[in-house]
Design a binder for this molecule. Structure first.
Ligand SMILES: Nc1ncnc2c1ncn2[C@@H]1O[C@H](COP(=O)(O)OP(=O)(O)OP(=O)(O)O)[C@@H](O)[C@H]1O
Ligand SMILES: [Mg+2]
Length: 283
């Protein structure tokens, strides 16, 4: 894939996979976020964090070419994305995979059909090769043998993994996941984290993940940004684990990362501050 080689060259030269500069995101006259500046390096597991409604999904939609920023620029390797040509955005997105926040699979289609649909749309594989690819993708997420099941016949965690298999269909260099663990129990959520780390290593893909799942953020993020709804700006960037020990980390970020506490998360139930248990809830 020529595009892939191009990004691999960028990576070999030490360049970022994605560069965002002075980005302003919003709708109509309403600004959600301004002055957004960050780079994502190859194979980063990059988290976009922040309280509910601050504009994380909206930023992701801009990064995926589904919405235009109010101003600023987005570049993938050496490809100008925003501002940029529609054709360039299409080519870049062809190298990306997405698991949306409401991650719906088509309920009237089997898992194999759900994954296969993307391959049918974007490739000209013959039916036999297409089926083979579908089986490979589903087995990568631990769903070998479930090809002919319908979404309603599997658990929530399995549905998330099936969504991930669909996002993996085109061997993406970059995967966007919006709240992948929402609605999952802690064990399934951790299994999904492990799968992300495994895939980032085996496929050498870069992950850009929107999440307020602290356990995931603190265990697998290699880099990230925190968006603050009040100031409508980034309040911190870097590896979330490092933010916890960095004295310059703003209180709003510290409160998020410690679920409302002042320091590293205390042992619950006796030591923890329980007043604001929903991370980011009051932010
Ligand atoms: N298509 C749209 N048109 C106008 N406003 C929108 C649109 N999509 C989202 N918004 C508004 O933008 C704000 C931010 O929404 P967004 O979904 O980006 O937040 P979020 O940080 O992802 O929240 P959550 O954590 O709850 O998923 C919300 O107030 C929302 O109502
Ligand atoms: Mg969202």
């Amino acid at each position: 894939m020529a595009g892939k080689r191009k990004l691999e060259r960028a990576a070999a030269l030490g360049g970022p996979v994605l560069s965002v500069r002075d980005l302003k995101v919003g709708y109509g006259n309403r600004v959600l976020m301004r002055d957004v500046v960050f780079d994502v390096a190859p194979q980063d597991i990059f988290f976009i964090m922040g309280g509910s409604g601050c504009g994380k999904s909206s930023l992701l939609r801009v990064l995926m070419g589904l919405a235009e920023p109010q101003s600023g620029s987005v570049n993938y390797g050496s490809s100008a994305f925003w501002p940029g040509e529609e054709e360039t955005r299409y080519k870049v997105m062809r190298r990306c995979g997405t698991l949306f926040q409401n991650g719906a699979l088509w309920s009237s289609m089997t898992l194999a059909e759900n994954v296969g649909l993307i391959l049918e749309q974007y490739t000209d594989l013959d039916p036999e090769e297409l089926r083979r690819q579908v089986v490979v993708k589903l087995s990568m997420v631990g769903l070998a043998g479930f090809e002919d099941f319908y979404p309603s016949e599997i658990s929530g965690g399995m549905r998330k993994r099936a969504g991930l298999a669909r996002a993996l269909a085109l061997d993406p260099e970059i995967l966007f996941l919006d709240e992948p663990s929402a609605g999952l129990d802690p064990v399934s959520s951790r299994q999904l984290d492990e799968l992300v780390v495994e895939l980032s290593q085996s496929l050498q893909s870069t992950f850009i993940i929107v999440s307020h799942e602290l356990a995931s953020i603190l265990s697998i993020a290699t880099n990230g940004i925190f968006l603050d709804a009040d100031s409508k700006r980034m309040a911190a960037k870097g590896r979330p684990q490092d933010m916890l020990t960095d004295p310059s980390t703003p209180p709003v970020v510290m409160r998020f990362l410690t679920r409302g506490g002042e320091g590293p998360m205390p042992g619950l139930p006796s030591g923890g501050k329980m007043a604001n248990v929903h991370a980011g809830g009051g932010i």
